[in-house]
Ligand binder design. Structure first.
Ligand SMILES: *Cc1c(COP(=O)(O)O)cnc(C)c1O
Length: 397
């Protein structure tokens, strides 16, 4: 089969050629004298992707889930209370991981399709006058529902309540694609992974940590070894690691950061916003609805779309896969069978999205959903035409 399989899942994402090429190299000596000349600038530049100057970024050979585990085991002790809103599969899984580590999880049950309820966070924090809550967890971009939350708002809730808890954020499907400001928002730990906005294979947990979170680590009793920040700090300061780092992925990460910075982070965010808006225009033209309940929660990296009653979204995803060689995201857990997702994160542009929309339209019609052929594609096309950079417009005759 020639051409590319359409990869429109929210991770792993499409990998740009410069990143592939950067990783098509012999394996290297991670204890060589010149290795730090590569790693130290990499650590420094990674901070820019998180918008932190005060924080420190760690690279673990793991996936995002490992980053979650690193965040809590390095800052908390069994029996500590954490406050987390659960409104999708990823926020649910992080809460579950906390429970398995012996933490007491105070869950704010939130409807799937809604974002982090800032007012309820504030209320729970105000009620906790004894400061039993040691950490507040927020999923910045809930990949299961296509919902982006107001992390700055959660910081304001902590401040308004005068509460000293740490703010731990899952930014796995937002960082490097949606604006994220670690220092400005007072985030204590931000977790990301390599296979989403960083456009790499799975295999790196990328974790940025504030000085306050590092200090909390001095008394945190959760067992940890592989994910211990202290071991990382001791060796990272000279450009080395406590165990074998994923050097090939790190070469790819270097290329990824170079691409992101060459485009400019603000341009990267704007590109994601435009592409996502094209997807939303298409959904409206199809007469379908988003899983995200309000515009303020619309995600710019993943669009979760509800199928009409009587249809199974898995059929849409399977049809797209088998008939049109295109991968879409399935509905997870509570929204299984009701939602399918278009991932538009990382190396994505307008015409790639049109490909995804065309495939969705065909698959939707194949399973019997009555969308007008070409309607979604046309709505996105017109939006992209209207908003295309003026500079690129050829002179009319
Ligand atoms: C992908 C993802 C994760 C982590 O998943 P891994 O499969 O362990 O990399 C965590 N949170 C969110 C929001 C995600 O999208």
């Amino acid at each position: 089969m020639s051409g590319f399989h359409g990869l429109f899942i929210p991770g792993p994402t499409n990998m740009p050629f410069p990143i592939r090429q950067a990783m098509d190299i012999p394996l290297e000596d991670q204890r060589s004298p010149d290795f730090p000349a590569f790693t130290l600038p990499l650590f420094r530049d990674l901070k820019k992707a998180f918008k932190t100057e005060k924080g420190q970024v760690f690279l673990f050979p793991a996936s995002g889930t490992g980053g979650w585990e690193a965040a809590i085991t390095n800052t908390l002790s069994p029996g500590d209370k954490v406050l987390v809103a659960v409104f999708g599969q990823f926020s649910h899984l992080w809460a579950d991981l906390c429970r398995r580590h012996g933490l007491i999880v105070d869950v704010i049950e939130t409807e799937w399709g809604e974002g982090a309820p800032v007012e309820i966070y504030e209320q729970r924090l105000r009620e906790d006058s004894a400061h039993e809550i040691k950490a507040v967890l927020v999923c910045h971009n809930e990949t299961a529902t296509g919902v982006t939350s107001d992390v700055a708002g959660v910081r304001r809730a902590l401040d308004a309540a005068g509460h000293p808890a740490l703010l731990l954020v899952d930014g796995v499907s937002s960082i490097a694609s949606i604006d994220f400001r670690m220092d400005e928002w007072g985030v204590d730990i931000a977790v990301s992974g390599s296979q989403k906005g960083f456009m790499l294979p799975t295999g790196l947990a990328i974790v940025a940590v504030s000085p306050k979170a590092l200090e909390a680590g001095l008394s945190a009793k959760c067992p940890r070894c592989f994910f211990d920040f202290a071991d990382m700090i001791r060796t990272n300061k000279d450009g080395y690691f406590p165990y074998t780092p994923a050097t090939t992925l790190m070469r790819g990460l270097r290329a990824s950061l170079d691409l992101l910075f060459a485009e400019g982070l603000d341009n990267v965010f704007e590109r994601h916003r435009r592409v996502a808006e094209g997807a939303r225009r298409a959904v409206a033209a199809w007469g379908l609805t988003l899983c995200a309940k309000e515009p303020r929660w619309h995600s710019n990296t993943v669009t979760a779309i509800c199928v009409p009653k009587g249809f199974n979204s898995d059929d849409v995803v399977k049809t797209a896969y088998h008939r049109y060689r295109m991968s879409l995201g399935v509905g997870l857990s509570k929204v299984a069978g009701r939602v399918f997702r278009i991932g538009h994160i990382g190396a994505i542009n307008e015409l790639m999205l049109l490909q995804a929309l065309a495939g969705c339209e065909m698959a939707l019609r194949d399973v019997g959903v009555d969308v007008a052929p070409g309607s979604g594609v046309a709505a996105a096309q017109e939006y992209f035409r209207e908003t295309a950079p003026r500079m690129a417009l050829a002179k009319a005759a």
